[in-house]
Design a protein around this ligand. Structure first.
Ligand code: MN
Length: 294
């Protein structure tokens, strides 16, 4: 995506965004990384741009988007802290510096050291949470493009993602990022079973859709009758959590019954919100037995 695409993504949620600042950072980042390439053969600068685009999904501010564009400059190019500060201000320079320091943290890979890793990361977090958000987006893009790395490197990065970055995303409430990180890590750690699960999910997709429709139909009818404003969403369990059940608990795929979840989301405008939730609960249990374990 080019700089105008990126600005459009930001403008979607922040009409007052400083487009000129983003253009300057884009031009500067591109110039600094000129002549550098990713393992895939693409120009290196496609990476910071992709990281910035990921962060627009979290609707982050201009300083964060600009930092994403510059996040590898101090580390990997002739750019310096003082130059970034002079061109883009102290806030951005400190953020870039924070991401660089976080990248260079010496993390231990044993489970007993995980608490120490979290402590180190959380010390950074207390400075500015945006540093961690950028780092997570950076890791997500690196995981999405891990195909081009050597096998050994893939395994190392995938393990680090599982023991460090996915739990961190979980703690920050970034569930989509957590899930994608875990699924991608599994793709490289255990490619065979990853493909197998994907294949089985695809094969059962039509049945699942039919089941979900049939399952929600009586609920929809009653909710409509009650005049409630709602939305029903269904979500399939992540590949990684299915893998967890199969491998760690020894449950065959065919016997994982909670392979999807259904959510009913109510319009929260109304003041009677809480009692509405109970009405919905009561409607659901008119048709289905509650299971005390879940
Ligand atoms: Mn990076």
């Amino acid at each position: 995506i080019d700089v105008e695409d990126l600005i459009a993504l930001v403008r979607n949620y922040n009409p007052r965004s400083n487009a000129d600042l983003i253009r300057r950072a884009y031009a500067y980042g591109m110039q600094m990384h000129e002549g550098q390439f990713r393992k895939s053969g693409e120009p290196y600068f496609t990476h910071p741009v992709a990281v910035a685009a990921i962060l627009t999904e979290q609707q982050l501010d201009d300083a964060t988007i600009v930092t994403a564009l510059l996040h590898d400059t101090i580390e990997d190019t002739k750019s310096t802290y003082s130059e970034v500060e002079r061109l883009f201000g102290t806030e951005v320079a400190e953020l870039v510096d924070g991401v660089t320091k976080l990248t260079n943290l010496q993390l231990s890979s044993t489970e007993s050291q995980q608490a120490e890793n979290f402590r180190k990361m959380l010390l950074t977090l207390s400075d500015d949470v945006r540093v961690i958000l950028i780092k997570l987006a950076d890791r997500l893009h690196n995981m999405r493009t891990l195909d081009h790395m050597a096998r050994e490197k893939q395994l190392k990065i995938a393990s680090e993602t599982l023991f460090m970055y996915a739990p961190l995303a979980h703690r920050l409430g970034l569930y989509n990022i957590k899930t994608e990180l875990e699924d991608l890590a599994l793709k490289f750690k255990d490619p065979e079973i990853y493909e197998e699960i994907i294949g089985k999910l695809q094969k059962t997709q039509a049945v699942r859709t039919r089941f979900i429709n049939a399952f929600t139909l009586p609920i929809r009818r009653s909710l409509d009758k009650a005049g409630l404003h709602y939305e029903i969403k269904s979500r399939t369990k992540s590949i990684y959590s299915i893998w967890n059940k199969i491998v760690k608990k020894g449950v065959p795929f065919e016997e994982i019954y909670d392979v999807f979840a259904i959510r009913i989301i109510l319009d929260t405008q109304s003041e009677t919100e809480k009692s509405d939730c109970w009405r919905v609960y009561s409607i659901v249990t008119d048709f289905y037995q509650p299971s005390p374990e879940r």
